[in-house]
Design a protein around this ligand. Structure first.
Ligand code: MN3
Length: 247
């Protein structure tokens, strides 16, 4: 980006396309784990409205899975997070979710699981949109992916492998690390790369939920098929808006 104004305009333009959750307070400083301070919209402590209808991602993700995932699984992370914040006397007016994640080793396992679970799902909904053929990133983000992974196809296969090989429940991620380099990583359970306990730290740009609850109704044990079809849902405009804010 050539100027701050251009950056800000592009950021606002991109975030405006992706719905409520991404539009909360752009510009709040966030640590990404390696002394970098970045401007990204913070994720609120409460569940934001789903940015599309339950059936909007069909046939890749069926409406029943979306409704269960959003109203039961993700909702319980949000409500358990609220309980943990109260139990551990966290003043939410003086903390961001991102700061709690960055210092999550100071808190309980309940906080770790539910702060992570809430954050991850709030991003996950924004990271998808109705399916499109030939779905791919463009512009600076595509250039960065090609620079780091040689090609978009090579990136996709490495990310797919990380998602397929995540043992049990967890997430695969594309992150930007403290050296402004793109990396693919995965985390167990509801951990994420913002956490001080993460083996590989950075700011999530794209994440894929590979918990069975995300796909079991439709795909049963066929996680690779879910991953393959999920690529058509990726909201590359949202991923690009995060990249633009952090790079
Ligand atoms: Mn989930």
């Amino acid at each position: 980006m050539s100027t701050n104004n251009t950056t800000r305009r592009a950021f606002i333009s991109n975030t405006a396309k992706v719905g409520i959750g991404a539009m909360v307070l752009p510009g709040v400083l966030q640590s990404c784990g390696n002394n970098a301070a970045v401007a990204l919209p913070t994720v609120g402590f409460q569940q934001a409205a789903l940015p599309y209808a339950y059936n909007a991602l069909e046939p890749v993700i069926d409406a029943a899975t979306m409704e269960l995932h959003y109203t039961k699984h993700a909702a319980s992370y949000a409500s358990n997070l609220k309980a943990a914040l109260e139990e551990e006397n966290v003043d939410v007016s003086k903390n961001t979710l991102e700061n709690i994640l960055a210092t999550v080793s100071k808190y309980s396992t309940k906080m770790r699981n539910n702060a992570g679970g809430h954050y991850n799902h709030e991003l996950f909904w924004q990271m998808m949109r109705p399916a499109a053929d030939q779905n791919a990133p463009a512009g600076d983000l595509l250039a960065a992916i090609e620079h780091q992974f040689n090609s978009f196809d090579a990136f996709k296969s490495q990310f797919t492998e990380a998602a397929k090989s995540t043992f049990g429940s967890g997430w695969a991620w594309l992150i930007i690390d403290g050296k402004k380099q793109l990396q693919i990583t995965s985390t167990p359970n509801q951990d994420n790369p913002l956490m001080d306990v993460a083996a590989v730290k950075g700011t999530p740009l794209l994440g894929l939920d590979v918990w069975e609850h995300a796909y079991y109704l439709n795909y049963q044990n066929r996680r690779p098929e879910y991953i393959e079809k999920w690529w058509s849902l990726v909201n590359w405009d949202y991923v690009a808006s995060r990249y633009a804010a952090v790079k």
